[in-house]
Design a protein around this ligand. Sequence first.
Ligand code: GSH
Length: 216
Amino acid sequence: MTMTLHGYWRSSASYRVRIGANLKGIDYSQSSYDLRKGEQSGPALGRHAPLGLVPALEVDGESLSQSLAILEWLEESYPTQPLLPADAMSRGIVRAMASTIACDIHPLNNLRVLQALRHDLGVPEDAVKRWIERWIHAGFAALEIMIRDHGKGFCFGETPTIADCCLVPQIYNARRFHVDLTDFPELLAVDARCSEIDAFARAAPERQPDADGAGA
Ligand SMILES: N[C@@H](CCC(=O)N[C@@H](CS)C(=O)NCC(=O)O)C(=O)O
């Protein structure tokens, strides 16, 4: 199988997929779209992700968009090194954690939403900062409880799951936005634990081939 991840070094949704693929030991090449230049809106990505958002995963000429769908596809296609627990209730809890991030935090603070607040609605920068913090705090408060109830080193149990693939990039985003995380010790402990694992470390934005250390 030949796989290309269409993404961007600083995209947290691409970062989720990089972690998942690394944990499963899958080889992939990367194709980069500079979000600062709006490259995600062009036809090159549109062929793979009609919504014009990264990531997309191209597999032998077929394309999948949406990071959670991609992670689920990886899980079904590469069941060794599982990223979901064995029983249905546990899988549901892990998916609920991942969805809290991917559906209820990240979309509210996505680049196009922040640009709409700033440029279409004229929202001042200090209010944009409060907006970002508000939704990260709301989601992280829920995750703090879920991890306290279900985590044993990772978001759920003793091994990484798709919830950890989503949490680590969202914490990276929170730090980028200078959000205070002192109320979330469970999340920070999971993040610290994950940072010791090579698959997570290799997926870090700064280690990607298109990383340039600057910009949005
Ligand atoms: N629900 C999508 C979200 C994808 C997404 O929002 N990607 C961001 C980067 S993390 C993006 O392409 N932003 C460009 C923009 O907002 O114009 C997924 O999980 O893949």
